[in-house]
Design a binder for this molecule. Structure first.
Ligand code: EPU
Length: 449
């Protein structure tokens, strides 16, 4: 799995893909709901769970502290029983390797009064510190012992207490974690300058349906009144469609497909991507507006007419917290923009290291200038070419991995992409889904490219 690579036959710019893709449940919603399972006195089941590497890794981490977990990959159901948990020492190797595991620390601390773990280091997209989580726990009365990157956090006798916490920057994981932590703390916690991503809203609404008291859901100020353990009563958490997967396929469709229907998505969650695509003349039709079963059709029939008329488009993207343009679809958007006539600027405002894949696009023939670590200028319309077997492309992170697959598909020739473990962390069976659209993407097992 870690050494698998993809071999992709490029379409030399022809928009040959066609068909339908079904969107899975959101990885970044499932990981948080899995962390929230620690707040429950009874079994919690999640539906519409994607079979991705990150979900497997977090399941493994939870099972190491004794949680009983069953996953039915056919039904996509994951059930978790927190009452079987016996330890509060989270496996250091897994917590170090997986950023999403930090989310578990709050619920563990709130329920058991103690948690120890190793902090995830900087990762491929930036430094990604955890200071805002630690500050929050301190404000709730916890004592922090740090040895190198290893933390042991202990709640005061009688449990965590409510606090007023201001986030100096909007953090998705920080908002979710301190919200979950406050659900079991004593008194009313106020969180200010919260992130408002749909995954946060979905989790908060579910926790409320299971007994939590949370006000201000979906706004920048939330008030959480702590109480006893939550009860699901057998009602499952139904995972919302993955808006990042939806956005990724929107750009892939616009780049390589004559027509792509994207099913089981929530069109309302990808407004910024739809807006951008329409602004450069791509036809995006919302065929069904539904939060779980929406359908979007992206088609490129009019493209060639525009190019013949000499239409040039310049766009600017600034990644932004929701509902702005997501940092997670910045890289698929950049690959798309390399093929749009005109100059485009892309500013990455969330993470400081999220343009590493751009060097690969440049090697393939894209005209991109890195103005500074957070800003690039794309002179679009230059055809891409495969680099051949001896110069494998890389999946630098989950999303950049998808963007490089897009580049290989639009290029001329055969590309080899290594490090696809990153892609597997976020996109389930990508090669099978692309093959169904008419692409030639083959997984070569167990060999480094
Ligand atoms: N930050 C701090 N201190 C903290 C926490 C965050 O400085 O204690 C900074 C980060 O370094 C970053 C900014 O705050 O510059 C925002 O980070 P945030 O906390 O919002 O990110 P996250 O919760 O760690 C989630 C997603 C990411 C996605 C970001 C931004 C999950 C598991 N991960 O990360 O998803 O890019 O929000 O939307 O939900 C992905 O799926 O590929 C992915 C990287």
């Amino acid at each position: 799995m870690h050494n698998d690579h993809f071999v992709v036959q490029g379409l030399a710019g022809e928009k040959k893909l066609r068909g339908m893709v079904v969107i899975n449940g959101a990885k970044n919603a499932v990981l948080k709901a899995m962390a929230a399972s620690v707040l429950f006195e009874d079994e919690l089941c999640l539906e519409n769970v994607p079979d991705t590497e990150d979900v497997k890794k977090l399941s493994h981490l939870l099972s190491l502290v004794g949680m009983q977990i069953t996953f039915d990959s056919t039904k996509r159901n994951l059930c978790m029983k927190a009452e079987t948990i016996t330890g509060t020492d989270l496996d250091p190797d897994t917590t170090k390797a997986m950023r999403g595991s930090v989310m578990l620390t709050g619920p563990m601390l709130a329920r058991y009064g103690r948690v120890s773990f190793s902090a995830p280091g900087g990762c491929v997209i930036g430094a990604r510190p955890i200071d805002l989580y630690i500050e929050g726990y301190k404000k709730m009365g916890a004592t922090i012992e740090q040895k190198g990157d290893h933390f042991t956090i202990v709640a005061p006798k009688g449990g965590l207490k409510a606090a007023e916490i201001f986030f100096p920057l909007q953090t998705v994981g920080g908002t979710e974690t301190l919200m979950m932590t406050a659900v079991l703390a004593k008194g009313k916690t106020i969180l200010k300058n919260c992130a408002m991503e749909p995954e946060i809203v979905s989790l908060a609404e579910f926790l409320v349906s299971c007994g939590a008291t949370i006000k201000g859901i979906g706004s920048t100020t939330m008030e959480i009144t702590g109480g006893p353990l939550l009860t699901s009563g057998g009602a499952p958490y139904v995972t919302i469609p993955d808006r990042i997967e939806t956005g990724s396929f929107l750009f892939l469709g616009a780049l390589c497909a004559s027509e792509l229907r994207i099913e089981r998505c929530n069109p309302a969650h990808v407004e910024s991507a739809i807006h951008l695509l329409r602004s450069v003349g791509v036809s995006v039709e919302i065929e069904k507006n539904d939060p779980y079963k929406g359908v979007i059709c992206v088609s490129t029939k009019n493209d060639s007419k525009q190019e013949k008329n000499g239409v040039r488009k310049s766009v600017q993207i600034r990644t932004h917290e929701y509902p702005g343009f997501p940092t997670d679809i910045q890289s698929p958007a950049v690959t798309f923009l390399t093929q749009v006539q005109g100059d485009s600027q892309v500013f990455e405002t969330i993470f400081e290291g999220r343009f590493k894949y751009v060097q690969d696009l440049i090697r393939m023939g894209a005209d991109i200038t890195e103005m500074n670590p957070r800003e690039i200028l794309i002179r679009g319309g230059k055809p891409l070419r495969a680099l051949g077997k001896d110069e494998a492309l890389q999946a630098h992170d989950i999303r950049a991995g998808f963007a490089i697959v897009m580049a290989a598909l639009v290029a001329e020739g055969e590309s080899v992409i290594s490090n696809i473990y990153y892609i597997d962390r976020g996109y389930e069976k990508l090669e099978e889904r692309l093959t169904a659209l008419g692409a030639s993407v083959k997984r070569v097992l167990g060999q480094k490219a």
